[in-house]
Design a protein around this ligand. Structure first.
Ligand code: F6P
Length: 549
């Protein structure tokens, strides 16, 4: 059965256009159009996007925007901001935008304005964070908190971890941040070596408060703490929880008075703006957290109000659709040229792949087109010396987002200029490539000729025509980071709308969790044998032997 998307007139018009556009080389597009860079760039708040180094023309952009219209994007954007239940498989609204709704205009879910409760939690978080940061909140031996250990996984880890790493220069000088997500005990063990029970605050973060990895780590941390404090009552000074599940928090043994709440209409991977952002607030302070929200709000307003053709998230999303669905490019690279953003690729990986890694449309029909690309990446400068070879001369087409900040932050002389030279050089190299004639000229200038020269030519040719987006922040600060994250959230939303999939559930992670429960029972002797294939059976036996030996 054909999906609704592949029956849209704009979908077909783009295929026709693609048959010609695929042969165009960006080198020629730039040569014939001096206004290209200016036309294909835009600024929102402190973010500047140059999308001119893509395999697009005015006709491509017009066709993609027509596709967005025919797919009903403007209505879907309105529906999200109005709090409609777009997450249909869980019957939930999708309202991370309400968490940073700085105008405070009412947003209704089931007839109730959610803004008063958002503001109330924000205020509580602010009071708590200020008390911890100022030293007013004291541990059980009356010492101020110096270390915060966040225990959570997925969206309850990656967002706070990424933001705290990215904004380290804004962090409280007394506060050391630690993040424990892996149930492999080594991460917690190494963290516990670095901290003291009297001066540590554990923040247990879990939307559901049923996640096995998080609860296991939290229990071990609590046992470690009680064994040293010799007083279970001291837990109240050193453990707080962030969750939507008050009952499970109480059952775990954390006083609900020490719990910060959020709601089911906040997806885990979209939750850093909610109480899940508590570690961020503890580290950066209330003011900087508010700035993060302000930055996201700037992008929200832009996304909501700018025309599609001048809308940063829409442009990034639709250009992405162009590569994924027409060129067949199944991967997308996130390359931040900023060491502080080193966890940004991992954060976007969850955001995009857990949201749009889907194979059926909203009505359950299998898709007959590609959906989310594989997101991967690393700091750009390190990537250059590792995997950029494939991006330049390999056989895959993988668009790359090159992200950097214009403002210098390192006080070390000379570094920022070298960094920026590399960002710009890579974008240029991916676009232009190097022709055989250019290679010949270069080799001749080095004194080579004849067969020796010709032998090298094919190896040194770069086809170019490889797409990049250059995203520049005026500087990496809370406000611009907020805008940057919201930009990607909305980009992913737009692609989900085009593909008519549910970007806000994640059933795909459930099967592994279910099977792990059974196998865990087998490994711990609570269950003799469950039914498995021969490979799994053999592997279970190996593990059992190793555990008992
Ligand atoms: O298993 C996937 C997932 O549900 C993510 O979507 C989520 O961010 C993560 O696990 C953690 O979930 P929780 O916050 O409920 O512990």
């Amino acid at each position: 059965m054909k999906s609704a998307l592949t029956q849209l007139p704009a979908w077909h018009a783009l295929w026709e256009h693609f048959s010609e556009a695929r042969h165009l080389h960006m080198r020629e597009l730039f040569a014939s159009d001096p206004g290209r860079a200016e036309r294909y760039s835009l600024e929102v708040g402190g973010l500047f996007l140059d999308y001119s180094k893509n395999r697009i023309t005015d006709e491509t952009v017009a066709g993609l925007m027509q596709l967005a219209r025919e797919a009903g994007l403007p209505d879907k954007v309105r529906a999200m901001f109005k709090g409609e239940k777009l997450n249909t498989t869980e019957n939930r609204a999708v309202l991370h935008v309400a968490l940073r709704n700085r105008t405070n205009s009412p947003i209704l879910v089931d007839g109730e304005d959610v803004m008063p409760k958002i503001n109330a939690v924000l205020e509580r978080m602010g009071r708590f964070a200020t008390a911890v940061r100022s030293g007013e909140w004291l541990g059980y031996t009356h010492q101020p908190i110096t270390d915060v250990v966040n225990i959570g996984i997925g969206g309850s880890d990656l967002g706070p971890l990424m933001v705290c790493s990215a904004l380290r220069p804004f962090g409280h000088p007394r506060m050391n941040m630690h993040f424990v997500s892996n149930v492999d005990g080594s991460q917690l063990k190494e963290t516990l070596k670095k901290i003291h029970p009297e001066t540590t605050l554990f923040v247990v973060e879990s939307k559901t408060f049923t996640t096995q990895e998080t609860l296991t780590n939290a229990l071990t941390a609590r046992d470690w703490f009680v064994a040293r404090a010799h007083d279970a009552k001291a837990v109240a000074k050193h453990f707080v929880a962030v969750s939507t599940n008050k009952k499970a928090v109480a059952e775990f043994g954390i006083d609900p008075a020490n719990m910060f709440e959020f709601w089911d209409w906040v997806g885990g991977r979209y939750s850093l703006w909610s109480a899940i952002g508590l570690p961020i607030m503890l580290y950066l302070g209330e003011e900087n957290f508010t700035e993060l929200l302000n930055g996201a709000h700037i992008m929200d307003q832009h996304f909501r109000n700018a025309p599609l053709e001048a809308n940063m998230p829409v442009l990034l999303a639709m250009i992405g659709v162009w590569y994924i669905n027409y060129f067949g490019g199944g991967s997308h690279v996130i390359a931040p040229y900023d060491q502080y953003l080193h966890r940004f690729p991992a954060f976007i990986q969850q955001l995009d792949m857990e949201s749009n890694g889907k194979q059926v449309t909203l009505d359950g029909t299998p898709v007959d087109f590609e959906t989310a690309p594989i997101i991967w990446g690393e700091t750009g400068i390190n990537g250059q010396h590792a995997f950029f070879q494939l991006l330049h001369q390999g056989t895959h087409i993988s668009p790359i987002d090159l992200i950097a900040s214009l403002g210098k932050r390192s006080s070390l002389p000379g570094h920022h200029e070298i960094l920026m030279a590399n960002v710009l050089a890579q974008a240029e190299a991916f676009m232009r490539g190097k022709t055989a004639d250019e290679v010949r000229e270069e080799l001749a200038a080095q004194g080579l000729s004849g067969e020796a020269l010709e032998r090298l030519v094919p190896h040194k040719v770069f086809g170019g025509n490889r797409p990049t987006n250059t995203l520049l922040m005026s500087r990496l600060d809370p406000r611009n980071l907020g805008s940057l994250i919201a930009l990607y959230e909305h980009k992913i939303f737009v692609q989900g709308v085009i593909w008519h999939i549910n970007s806000f559930d994640q059933w795909g992670v459930e099967l592994g969790k279910q099977l792990a429960r059974t196998i865990h029972a087998e490994l711990t002797g609570k269950l003799a044998h469950a039914e498995h294939d021969s490979s799994t059976r053999r592997l279970i036996e190996l593990c059992r032997k190793a555990e008992s030996g």
